[in-house]
Design a protein around this ligand. Structure first.
Ligand code: HEC
Length: 340
């Protein structure tokens, strides 16, 4: 490929998380030539690749595979650039797998890294994965030099994360030892977005071992916890009184658990709740009666439960604008992990 063609190709791949560029955006994204003397290897070469292809899933708002790659600190913490006991470096390994390999990064369906991008990442890591060295301070083999010479730099687009809700910010951050205890349970606890002290907890990876006892671990962070996913976990109605203390919850996943109307009786206290998923539980119309006071509730999922249309209509009278999914359409895709 000629340098120009390569540049355009490269830009088209890395600029916008895989969204096609409009001509305006392309113009704005064209950037400048790299300065091989003064530019920094991480900031000007590697960060734009990660920003374009990885941080949508491994960034401030998501930590797929429990790793984030959007800052030097997080990259280091992720161990993605550290050699394992066999000397393998997971980032290098994953990006170089064949397209059809199920472990390839970015995963299936997302645009692959180009051969040049793979080469640059491999080079940077082989050269010590430094976050502060300039390109000029590293050994630059001819083939890498050829790529760098043709490369344009433009500042990666900042991923804008808007708060998904209008809650006032919590007065403080969650207690560190309480957070550590939740982490120890195996549940994923994360800051909901960059600009908030709110947290999300997701127990999906440890659903089998997460039950009523583990729910108790959440109570000490109740001032910060606003999204909770305990779907498919072992929780029962015995967890209801603890869950009902999580007063800042806006989103709650209880689908496919053993909870019944007895839990709903307690959930009536969660006045901030906007999203409630009860799909595949034993709840019924009688339980919905207890939700009438949830004036902020916008979405309710009661597919494969005992709830009837009559019960739903009654609830809708109390909560105007409520969307209820009873499964006559395919249930809406489960919202992705903490985003927004
Ligand atoms: C569409 C979402 C998505 C994108 C984009 C993505 N990843 Fe991943 N990544 C995942 C998921 C999900 C996992 C966990 C499952 C697995 O290990 O395959 C993961 C796991 C990983 C792991 C292993 C983590 C560990 O230690 O277990 C590494 C390393 C990684 N990704 C690197 C990258 C890099 C580098 C990029 C960009 C070139 C990238 N990923 C892009 C979703 C994504």
């Amino acid at each position: 490929m000629t340098p120009d063609r390569f540049t355009a190709f490269f830009l088209a791949i890395f600029c916008l998380n895989g969204f096609p560029l409009t001509s305006n955006e392309l113009a704005a994204a064209e950037g400048r030539k790299l300065d091989l003397k003064a530019d920094n290897a991480y900031k000007h070469v590697i960060e734009p690749i990660l920003a374009g292809s990885c941080i949508g899933c491994h960034g401030a708002d998501k930590a797929k595979g429990k790793i984030r790659l959007h800052t030097p600190e997080e990259i280091t913490k992720s161990k993605a650039i550290a050699a394992d006991k066999d000397g393998d470096i997971s980032m290098v390994l994953r990006i170089n797998l064949p397209d059809e390999d199920e472990d390839v990064m970015p995963p299936e369906g997302k645009p692959r890294l180009s051969a040049e991008q793979k080469k640059l990442i491999g080079w940077w890591i082989a050269e010590g994965a430094s976050f502060d060295k300039n390109i000029a301070a590293l050994k630059v083999p001819d083939d890498v030099n050829a790529i760098l010479t043709g490369l344009l730099y433009s500042e990666p687009k900042k991923v804008v994360i808007k708060k998904a809700f209008s809650l006032p910010e919590p007065s403080g951050v969650a207690d560190a030892s309480a957070v550590a205890a939740i982490e120890k349970s195996g549940a994923l606890i994360m800051q909901l977005a960059q600009d908030t002290k709110y947290l999300s907890v997701n127990a999906i990876n440890v659903a089998k071992s997460f039950n009523d006892a583990q729910v108790k671990l959440l109570v000490p962070v109740k001032g910060n916890l606003t999204w909770l996913d305990v779907s498919r976990s072992g929780i029962t109605d015995a967890a209801a009184s603890d869950i009902s203390q999580l007063a800042m919850l806006t989103k709650l996943h209880l689908e496919n658990t053993a909870v019944t109307d007895n839990t709903l009786q307690q959930l009536g206290k969660l006045s901030k709740l906007e999203y409630l998923n009860l799909y595949g539980t034993k709840v019924s119309d009688a339980g919905l009666e207890h939700l009438k006071g949830l004036k902020n509730l916008k979405k309710l999922y009661v597919w494969q439960t005992g709830v009837t249309e009559a019960g739903v209509n009654k609830l809708k009278e109390s909560i105007p604008g409520l969307y209820v999914n009873m499964g006559w359409k395919a249930p809406e895709e489960k919202p992705p992990e903490p985003k927004k």
